[in-house]
Design a protein around this ligand. Structure first.
Ligand SMILES: *[C@@H]1O[C@H](CO)[C@@H](O)[C@H](O)[C@H]1NC(C)=O
Ligand SMILES: *[C@@H]1O[C@H](CO)[C@@H](O)[C@H](O)[C@H]1NC(C)=O
Ligand SMILES: *[C@@H]1O[C@H](CO)[C@@H](O)[C@H](O)[C@H]1NC(C)=O
Ligand SMILES: *[C@@H]1O[C@H](CO)[C@@H](O)[C@H](O)[C@H]1NC(C)=O
Ligand SMILES: *[C@@H]1O[C@H](CO)[C@@H](O)[C@H](O)[C@H]1NC(C)=O
Ligand SMILES: *[C@@H]1O[C@H](CO)[C@@H](O)[C@H](O)[C@H]1NC(C)=O
Ligand SMILES: *[C@@H]1O[C@H](CO)[C@@H](O)[C@H](O)[C@H]1NC(C)=O
Ligand SMILES: *[C@@H]1O[C@H](CO)[C@@H](O)[C@H](O)[C@H]1NC(C)=O
Ligand SMILES: *[C@@H]1O[C@H](CO)[C@@H](O)[C@H](O)[C@H]1NC(C)=O
Length: 898
């Protein structure tokens, strides 16, 4: 059994679970490094969040989980939640289902993060947690303590006759037991009363629409009012949950309202006729004054004032808000315990991004300097140290709008709070990055210069905008709210780019005090566990650290699909593409633009007969152009592919600039509607991988001689050296592997696939800015994985793996082999150390390689795999060494130079 395989199964399962997004999964694995041992895998988690530090190690073997070296506090809590056997320190999950394990591990991570090390910036004056339908106090998974509601502390004394406690008849494994497992059911109006100080409060209502004893969850309709505001009306938690994106089983509604001098807050539940109401949990938390609800009235934005609202309307402390979205843009989920003391949850933003143009997500741990205008409780530092930007290429950035789409109810006003912070070291002065903000196609802000607003790098700032979403045909319905950003280059800033760090969107009450919108239509569960949602491809990077094999799991190539699952028949149907057809690239001449019709005629309308390759990106077709004179390879990008618009344009930019005998040439491209198509020169002999170990169509492996192999390696090394050194900054390929090396008629190697390319480290906009770790299973530089710092030496590492593939005639990762042999990089290094290299050489090569050539070749290959990037040779060094190896192959030609 291969441990790596098991680890990837875990993560794959983890990613297909609906309760959290793939990016939490990514971060989960990024933070962990898996160490193989006889006992299992060790997940070592380090600094977890803003306010907590924890270190723990879990040994997973045979579905047992062992907690090693963690703090006492953690173990006590784990024992509470997971039935940890504290005599043997072993957790046993009696489940055959790895999914559950993954979920538990994920929950453990959250547990860890709740071991708070410092106190958060804000301490609420009022803080109540009510677990409805429960008679005793209990602690939830996140370590918060909930009161039961059977006592008359917040409930009327006749609670026993006017309502009934109940337990859900079935419980989805993704739903936390507290507070969701129990509910209080009402068949008539029922009021909870909380004694609170005056001032603004969060009210959070927790709903899990399951069946409760003989009450059918889908038949419940009710309204909720609080302090004379209607929060919900004829509300169906069942319908609302069915339409949630991403899919989940439970629901938390959050409201903000201002409690006046009455010193009490009434929250009333009122069933619709012939129905019943229920509630699982209620949370009340104070908010700092003048934070969301400001005394200093914010004027409404919007060009046309709709008729249903007074011209003079202002957003003041009589207004109640409902939180619809709170996003840590470009970052991970932030849980209640990692907030600044208000127990807010911040979600990832990737679900809301429109189309394939997702930009980049820089992240840099810099100290955040809060100000009087943006006090330290505004948002946790992790919101400000992660962001989404448009990308590094101004030509691409100027061609699109970075766009998010949110579903909202029409007929309301909305408050959008945009959080900004420049943390990238390149942006420190005014007029370096300026952009426009649009909402629903209106200009909300012509010019945002974050440094101008905040006063400097590392200083956060937020801006509020209020806009109206008028009713459609006089009716309330679910509609889209668009937020878009575009570089503003009028004042010639240094970068044509935009940035957003955080976003909150609130609904404002109507003039009658209501926040209630219509129920969405029922969205049935998809028939299968939604596999089109994403597909993860794993990468393993290997290296020897402290004599122990360290296996890093990485490299998520996520097939992003168009995230347009919406919940109302009333929403406007829109075309999928925002791009215009008139666009053309600046690098004229070198790269041709084809029309879709031309491509269709070349490929016989994408005839499957002409497919010469396929992958996650889409299919590659063979075609003829120029009067059937030139054969070309036509790569049609799947619109759901991870190789989104950004990669598409990167590849075009790179290949139009770079020309070298060992790089594949791009002939042209086509961009029409949803189609993104690249046209390359046709390379007859296919990929290097094919000739090393993949079985060809006639069922044989077509072996190429050792000398041919050496020449191919030299060609690739020259191509990479050209990439690294030809331009001032250099280009990093990022995805060097044998399937990206093509061989032409004369067996000359051509490097292909430039979609992940990055400009080199010296003047890269966002030098030490980590991006999503990208690359391929088996080729990933462990240093890049650990530090997220991308350098040219990461390509050198991957090339080292290629050299061993050439020598050993086996793939970089082979899950069918024994555990220690799965990863070629690890296995080869192990064999070199043990002086057993002879064993792993491709059997068909053994007699062909001269001993001296073998020594020179393995020496350079091994050097490329050095864990320390500084210990790896440059590609120019590699070229020289390989030439020596070639010379050594022919003993006569061997010179003293080597
Ligand atoms: C295990 O932990 C629980 C909860 O902290 C405690 O009550 C119990 O006494 C512990 N058992 C042992 C054997 O230490
Ligand atoms: C937050 O800011 C307040 C006032 O500036 C300060 O007293 C407090 O120590 C800060 N808290 C943290 C956790 O930084
Ligand atoms: C809830 O109960 C109804 C009828 O009582 C049944 O049709 C439905 O399947 C149940 N729902 C679940 C999720 O079990
Ligand atoms: C709610 O409205 C009633 C009458 O309209 C008023 O008497 C009462 O004070 C209001 N309550 C609050 C909390 O504003
Ligand atoms: C409540 O909502 C449901 C479904 O949205 C609808 O069928 C029903 O007529 C509504 N009832 C009232 C009283 O509005
Ligand atoms: C609401 O704002 C007004 C001024 O606009 C102020 O006089 C009043 O005290 C505020 N009320 C509360 C409860 O903060
Ligand atoms: C904004 O513009 C886009 C593209 O032109 C369009 O599809 C969309 O419906 C518009 N949105 C609104 C709210 O007008
Ligand atoms: C960006 O959005 C604005 C407002 O909707 C629109 O006017 C503009 O044309 C868009 N730009 C691009 C490049 O799509
Ligand atoms: C919200 O409700 C309050 C009280 O009913 C009202 O005074 C205020 O005008 C409403 N706000 C809006 C934007 O209609």
């Amino acid at each position: 059994m291969c441990l790596l395989a098991r680890a990837s199964v875990l993560a794959l399962k983890c990613a297909s679970a609906s309760s959290f997004g793939p990016e939490s999964c990514v971060s989960w694995f990024e933070r962990a490094f898996l160490r193989s041992s006889e006992r299992g895998l060790c997940f070592g988690f380090l600094r977890l969040s803003e306010y907590s530090c924890a270190r723990a190690c879990f040994w997973v073997a045979d579905l047992k989980l062992r907690v090693v070296g963690s703090s006492k506090a953690f173990c006590a809590r784990a024992s509470f939640e997971f039935g940890l056997d504290n005599t043997s320190n072993t957790l046993i999950f009696n489940t055959p289902n790895t999914l559950t394990i993954a979920l538990y591990l994920y929950s453990l991570l959250h547990l860890l993060s709740s071991t708070a090390a410092t106190t958060p910036p804000y301490t609420p004056t009022d803080y109540f947690l009510l677990n409805c339908g429960s008679s005793s106090n209990a602690m939830s998974q996140d370590g918060r303590s909930w009161d039961g509601d059977a006592t008359p502390k917040f409930s009327p004394s006749n609670i026993g006759t006017t309502s009934s406690p109940s337990t859900a008849t079935e419980q989805d494994s993704s739903v936390p037991g507290i507070p969701f497992l129990t509910a209080r059911i009402f068949t008539s109006k029922f009021t909870y009363t909380f004694p609170v100080s005056s001032g603004p409060k969060f009210i959070r209502l927790y709903f899990y629409p399951a069946n409760y004893s003989n009450f059918d969850g889908s038949k419940s309709y009710f309204s909720v009012t609080a302090a004379n505001y209607t929060l919900l009306s004829n509300f169906s938690a069942f319908l609302t949950v069915s339409a949630l994106v991403p899919r989940q089983s439970s629901l938390v509604k959050e409201y903000i309202l201002n409690v006046r001098d009455t010193q009490k807050l009434d929250i009333a539940f009122n069933p619709s006729p012939n129905s019943y109401a229920f509630i699982n949990g209620i949370e009340v938390v104070s908010i700092p004054n003048n934070f969301y609800i400001k005394g200093d009235r914010i004027p409404f934005l919007g060009i046309q004032q709709p008729v249903y609202i007074q011209q003079s309307a202002y957003f003041d402390n009589n207004t109640a808000l409902e939180t619809l979205y709170r996003l840590n843009v470009g970052g991970n989920d932030v849980s209640v315990n990692d907030d600044t003391g208000m127990y807010r949850t911040w979600h990832q933003d990737y679900v809301y991004i429109y189309g394939a143009a997702i930009g980049l997500v820089p992240h840099l741990e810099v100290p955040i300097r809060y100000t009087n205008e943006t006090p330290n409780y505004t948002a946790p530092a992790t919101v400000y140290t992660t962001a989404r930007t448009m990308g590094q290429d101004p030509n691409i950035n100027l061609r699109y709008n970075l766009t998010w789409i949110f579903t909202v109810d029409s007929g309301f006003w909305y408050l959008a709070r945009l959080h900004f912070c420049e943390f990238q070291p390149e942006v420190t002065k005014e007029n370096e990055r300026i952009f426009s903000v649009y909402m629903n196609n209106q200009t909300a802000d012509q010019e945002v210069d974050v440094i101008h607003l905040s006063g400097g790098n590392g200083i956060p700032v937020f801006k509020d905008y209020v806009l109206s979403v008028p009713p459609v045909d006089g009716l309330q319905s679910k509609v889209d709210l668009w937020l878009a950003m575009h570089p503003n280059v009028n004042s010639k800033p240094v970068y044509a780019d935009a940035i957003l760090n955080g976003l909150e969107i609130f609904k404002l009450n109507q003039s009658n005090g209501s926040l209630a919108g219509p129920n969405p239509e029922y969205v049935p569960l998809p028939s299968k566990q939604n596999s089109k949602m994403m597909l993860l491809v794993f990468a393993i990077a290997g290296g020897v650290i402290g004599g122990v094999f360290l296996i890093s799991v990485i490299g998520f190539l996520i097939f992003r699909h168009r995230r347009r699952v919406r919940d109302s028949g009333a929403s406007v149907v829109k075309s999928k593409s925002t791009k215009t057809n008139a666009s053309s690239l600046p690098s004229e001449g070198l790269c041709r633009r084809f029309s879709l019709a031309e491509i269709q005629s070349m490929t016989n309308n994408f005839d499957d007969e002409l497919v010469i390759g396929s992958g996650g990106f889409g299919k590659v077709y063979k075609g003829l152009i120029d009067g059937e004179e030139t054969t070309v390879a036509i790569k049609r990008l799947n619109s759901m592919s991870k190789q989104g618009a950004h990669e598409f344009w990167t590849e075009i930019e790179m290949l139009s600039k770079l020309r070298h005998n060992n790089l594949v040439s791009l002939i042209g491209y086509c961009e029409e509607g949803d189609e993104m198509i690249l046209v390359y020169e046709y390379i007859e002999n296919g990929t290097l991988a094919n000739h090393l170990y993949e079985i060809n169509t006639s069922g044989n492996i077509c072996h190429i001689s050792w000398e041919q192999r050496l020449n191919i390696c030299i060609g690739v090394a020259r191509g990479l050296d050209y990439l690294h050194t030809s331009t001032q900054q250099g280009v990093i390929h990022r995805d060097m592997k044998t399937t990206n090396i093509l061989l032409d008629k004369a067996w000359v190697a051509k490097i292909s696939d430039f979609g992940l390319c990055k400009m080199g480290i010296t003047s890269d906009f966002g030098t030490h800015v980590s991006t999503d770790i990208k690359g391929t299973f088996g080729y990933l530089d462990p240093e890049y994985f650990m530090t997220r710092r991308l350098t040219k030496k990461s390509d050198v590492y991957a090339f080292g793996v290629v050299l061993f593939e050439v020598l050993c005639g086996r793939p970089a990762v082979n899950m069918r082999l024994e555990e220690e042999q799965c990863s070629l990089a690890l296995w080869a290094q192990h064999c070199i150390k043990k002086k057993k290299l002879g064993q792993i050489i491709d059997p068909s090569m053994r007699d062909q390689i001269s001993p001296l050539c073998l020594t020179v070749f393995t020496k350079v290959a091994n050097k490329c795999l050095n864990n320390n990037p500084n210990g790896r040779p440059t590609m120019a060094d590699v070229v020289v060494s390989l030439e020596c190896a070639l010379a050594a192959q022919d003993q006569q030609g061997y010179t003293s130079r080597c």
